[in-house]
Design a protein around this ligand. Structure first.
Ligand SMILES: *[C@@H]1O[C@H](CO)[C@@H](O)[C@H](O)[C@H]1NC(C)=O
Ligand SMILES: *[C@@H]1O[C@H](CO)[C@@H](O)[C@H](O)[C@H]1NC(C)=O
Ligand SMILES: *[C@@H]1O[C@H](CO)[C@@H](O)[C@H](O)[C@H]1NC(C)=O
Length: 373
C-alpha cells in the first residue's frame, strides 16, 4: 500500500519535471495568469438560496435569549454585562460607566455560530473600550446556530431588534453621529438591517458601518437593499478576505479593501495553507490589529476588483488606511497588502511590489537556478 502510493507520487513528480523541462512553454505560461472567459469565473459559495426571502420571527419565549453585552475594560479586568435586548436600553441609560452623550458608541455584531464570549470578539471589544468607546456586543448564539439558510432569515429580525434598541438609546443621549456599527460575516448584514431600522425610526443614519468579510452565501443573488450596502450609513467600509468562499466579491461600501486580493489570506503556519474559514476569520484579526496599530495597514487604490485580485495596483500612488483613520473622501477599491504573520501589518513596506506576500515567498523558495533531486 505504502509502496504503491509512493510510486504514484514518484510518477507524478517525474511527469511534473518533464513538463517543467519544456522550458519555453513553461516560462511563458508561468509569467502571469489572467483569467480567460473559456475557463469561467467563480460564482462563489452558495450563490443562490431558495426561500431566503421568507420571513422569520422570534417568539416571546425566545426573545429573552436575544442579548446585548455591555463590554468594558477596567483596571481590574474586563467586565461583561449581558442584558435582554427588550429592556437593555433602560438599564444602559442608568449605567454610570456609559456616557452616550460625550463618547462614541460602537455596536459589534457577531456572525454565524459566533458568540460574544469568543476570544476574537472580546479582543475587538477590548480595543474599542480602551479607545474610549461605549461598547455593545450582540449575543445571538441561540439564533445564529440554526442551519445556515435559516440563520440568514433570522438576521433580518435580529437586525430589526438591534435597530430598535439603538433607536431607543437616542432618547437617552445617543446620537447618530456618535454611533458606529461593526459586523463580522453574517453580523455585517445584522448591522445593515439594524441601520435600516435605526433610519426608519430616527430619520438618521449611523455615522459608520464596518463590514468584516460580509457573508456571501445566500446573499450573492440578493439586491443591495437586502444586504449591506453604502446607503446604510454615512460611511461604509468593508474588509474583504474570502470573497469566493464565505465572503462576497461585490463592493458593499464606499470603501472596499481587498486584503491580499480578497480571496485567500497568507498562512502564518508554514506549509499549512490558510483556506476558506481561515481566510474568512482573518478579517476580524486584521480589524483588531488595525485598531491597535493606527495607520499601519495601508491600502493601494485599484481600478477594479479584478485588479485587486491580481495585486495589479502597485502603480497607483493613492493610498488609504484601514482602521479608524480611513479617509472617506477617498472612496473606491483598495488592495491591502499584509505579511503572513501576526500582527500582519506592513506599513509603508507594503507599498513595494517586491514585498507582495505570495510572490515574494515563492521567489524566495525558488531562487535556485538548478534544482537537482
Ligand atoms: C414578512 O414580514 C413583513 C413585516 O412583518 C411583511 O410586511 C411581509 O409581508 C412578510 N412577508 C411574507 C412573505 O410573509
Ligand atoms: C424600545 O422602547 C419601547 C418603548 O419604551 C419598548 O416597548 C421596546 O421594548 C424597546 N425595544 C428595544 C429593543 O429596546
Ligand atoms: C507599472 O509601471 C511600470 C513602470 O512604469 C510599467 O512597466 C508597468 O507595466 C506598469 N504596470 C501596470 C500594471 O500598469
Amino acid at each position: 500500500m505504502f509502496w504503491r502510493s509512493t510510486k504514484t507520487l514518484y510518477m507524478a513528480a517525474v511527469v511534473i519535471v518533464v513538463v517543467m523541462n519544456t522550458r519555453e512553454v513553461w516560462s511563458r505560461a508561468a509569467m502571469t495568469f489572467t483569467p480567460r472567459s473559456e475557463i469561467g469565473y467563480p460564482a462563489g459559495l452558495i450563490p443562490e438560496c431558495p426561500g431566503v426571502m421568507k420571513n422569520a420571527s422570534i417568539s416571546p419565549k425566545m426573545m429573552p435569549l436575544l442579548q446585548i453585552i455591555v463590554h468594558r475594560v477596567t483596571d481590574k479586568g474586563t467586565i461583561r454585562k449581558p442584558l435582554q435586548i427588550t429592556n437593555a436600553a433602560k438599564v444602559v441609560a442608568k449605567d454610570k460607566n456609559i456616557d452616550l452623550k460625550n463618547r462614541k458608541t460602537v455596536f459589534y455584531a457577531v456572525g454565524f455560530m459566533d458568540s460574544s464570549v469568543f476570544l476574537q470578539t472580546q479582543a475587538v471589544a477590548n480595543s474599542y473600550s480602551k479607545l474610549g468607546y461605549n461598547v455593545f456586543v450582540s449575543e445571538t448564539f441561540v439564533f445564529l446556530t440554526y442551519i445556515y439558510p435559516k440563520s440568514v432569515r433570522l438576521t433580518r429580525i435580529i437586525g430589526k431588534k438591534v435597530g430598535e434598541f439603538l433607536a431607543n438609546l437616542t432618547q437617552k443621549g445617543l446620537t447618530a453621529e456618535n454611533l458606529e456599527l461593526v459586523g463580522l460575516s453574517l453580523g455585517s448584514h445584522v448591522v445593515s438591517y439594524a441601520a435600516k431600522e435605526f433610519y426608519a425610526r430616527t430619520g438618521k443614519k449611523p455615522s459608520r458601518i464596518t463590514g468584516l468579510d460580509p457573508a456571501g452565501p445566500c446573499f450573492r443573488a440578493l439586491p443591495p437593499e437586502y444586504r449591506l450596502n453604502p446607503s446604510d450609513a454615512e460611511r461604509v467600509d468593508v474588509v474583504h478576505t474570502n470573497i469566493d468562499g464565505f465572503g462576497m466579491a461585490e463592493r458593499m461600501g464606499h470603501i472596499d479593501f481587498y486584503v491580499n486580493g480578497g480571496e485567500f489570506q497568507p498562512s502564518d503556519v508554514p506549509y499549512i495553507p490558510c483556506l476558506v474559514i481561515c481566510s474568512h476569520l482573518r478579517a476580524v484579526l486584521y480589524w483588531w490589529q488595525a485598531l491597535e496599530h493606527s495607520k499601519k495597514f495601508i491600502g493601494i487604490r485599484c481600478e477594479s476588483v479584478q485588479d485587486a485580485r491580481f495585486a495589479n495596483c502597485y502603480n497607483n500612488t493613492d493610498n488609504n488606511y484601514l482602521g479608524l483613520e480611513t479617509n472617506f473622501q477617498k472612496t473606491g477599491i483598495f488592495y491591502l497588502p499584509t505579511s503572513n504573520e501576526f500582527p500582519y501589518f506592513m506599513g509603508m513596506d507594503g507599498l513595494k511590489p517586491e514585498n507582495e506576500v505570495y510572490t515574494s515567498f515563492i521567489r524566495r523558495i525558488n531562487d535556485d537556478d538548478g534544482f537537482v533531486v
